[in-house]
Write a protein that binds this ligand. Structure first.
Ligand SMILES: Nc1ncnc2c1ncn2[C@@H]1O[C@H](COP(=O)(O)OP(=O)(O)OP(=O)(O)O)[C@@H](O)[C@H]1O
Ligand SMILES: O=P(O)(O)O[C@H]1[C@H](OP(=O)(O)O)[C@@H](OP(=O)(O)O)[C@@H](O)[C@@H](O)[C@@H]1OP(=O)(O)O
Ligand SMILES: [Mg+2]
Ligand SMILES: [Mg+2]
Length: 345
């Protein structure tokens, strides 16, 4: 916890912008003050730093301060916690350097750990390694094949046949770098059309799941599940009649949740809580991350066969119910944990 931390004029302005009021000194209404430096894109800042979050945070003594990207990070602060989601190697090095020079600051999360989620192959490999086959259900990943950038697109149909992959396939850019392009996904109904795609790619077997997906938001030890609309089932009949590759929209990212829709209970029922707790705990430890979400689907016609299809770093928490309470409590718990760990003097 920062005692007597100073906040610069620019940071003060920024705080006013996001609805927090800065003051010098380390205490607020008898509470210690927690300073959270943040480096987020303006889109993320707008969706995450909503007034309902910043107001509640201020009441709990938490102050969000914008990191000035035009100034060295090492000259800014002092911070208790740093929250960040920006792309690029340069930023990664800046944060890594800052972490080494300021081990007392909780940097959420370490850049190397985040990097794991920037590749759709390494992202899901942790789920495979977990081998969660008997914990109130089975959790795996869809069968997938990586097509590296050296591969000639005209060879993709052969590679797919050789690997014995079953159609239809979802084609996803291998790298996730925060760009719109890295979210450009295609559904492929026949093998020969696959040569229209541009490597590097991950080709994933499409798993019928009744058009509903579960977004499992993780904030430290907290788990919140929301239901979202997803792609509908593809029947054998449809598959036999259709050919080609089709781009599809970011259907499950829409803010509209499927929470209140009138759905078949066998499709809509949330995955069992013990399974989610085990999955979240294992992923937190194996990935070394606190802030992420997992997209999970239930194989259509089953009660307990689940697939993880995507893991995202620092997702759209603004769409998670009660995120302002969960997030502020989490930030306070981090600082409290540090205080408890300090040796008594
Ligand atoms: N293997 C699959 N089987 C069935 N549907 C899938 C599969 N993979 C992806 N989808 C559908 O496509 C959507 C987008 O896929 P995915 O989540 O992997 O992409 P993304 O660009 O990383 O999305 P996000 O916006 O969540 O980061 C999913 O939410 C789901 O509706
Ligand atoms: O924009 P939204 O609020 O929807 O958040 C999305 C987020 O975009 P942002 O980080 O630019 O905000 C995406 O990050 P990048 O992969 O593009 O880095 C990804 O994490 C999505 O899964 C999030 O949607 P959600 O899964 O939570 O529905
Ligand atoms: Mg997704
Ligand atoms: Mg994703």
């Amino acid at each position: 916890m920062r005692l007597g931390g100073e906040i610069s004029e620019e940071e003060r302005k920024e705080e006013e912008e996001v609805g927090t009021t800065a003051f010098s000194g380390g205490e607020c209404c008898g509470q210690n003050k927690v300073v959270v430096g943040y480096a987020l894109t303006s889109k993320k800042k707008n969706s995450f730093l909503q007034p309902k979050l910043t107001t509640l945070a201020r009441n709990k003594g938490i102050y969000f301060v914008a990191i000035d990207l035009n100034k060295p990070l090492l000259e800014q602060g002092p911070f208790d916690i740093v929250l960040h989601k920006l792309s690029g190697e340069e930023w990664r090095e800046i944060v890594e350097d800052y972490r080494q020079k300021h081990p007392e600051v909780n940097v959420l999360d370490p850049p190397d750990a985040i990097q794991h989620l920037h590749n759709r192959q390494s992202m899901l490999q942790v789920v495979v390694d977990l081998n969660l086959s008997d914990c109130h259900g089975k959790v795996g990943i869809p069968r997938q094949l990586v097509i590296t950038k050296e591969k000639n697109p005209s060879d993709i149909p052969y590679e797919v046949t050789k690997a014995g992959m079953k159609l239809p396939l979802v084609a996803k850019p291998l790298l996730v770098d925060g760009s719109a392009k890295s979210h450009e996904l295609f559904l492929a109904y026949d093998e020969s059309s696959l040569s229209e795609l541009e490597p590097p790619l991950v080709l994933q077997e499409f798993v019928n799941h009744g058009g509903i997906l579960f977004k499992i938001y993780i904030v430290g030890e907290n788990i919140k599940v929301v239901r979202r609309f997803s792609l509908p089932n593809i029947s054998k009949r449809e598959l036999s009649k259709v050919a080609g590759v089709f781009r599809f929209p970011r259907v499950s990212c829409a803010a509209a949740s499927a929470e209140d829709a009138d759905l078949d209970p066998s499709i809509a029922e949330h995955p069992p809580r013990p399974l989610l707790e085990r999955l979240a705990k294992e992923l937190r430890h194996r990935l070394g991350l606190c802030l992420f979400n997992v997209d999970m689907i239930r194989e259509y016609g089953t009660t307990d066969v689940f697939y993880v299809i995507d893991i995202n770093y620092f997702p759209g928490y603004g769409k998670m119910p009660e995120y302002e309470h969960i997030f502020t409590d989490f930030l306070l718990s981090l600082v409290q944990c540090k205080i408890n760990m300090k040796p008594a003097t």
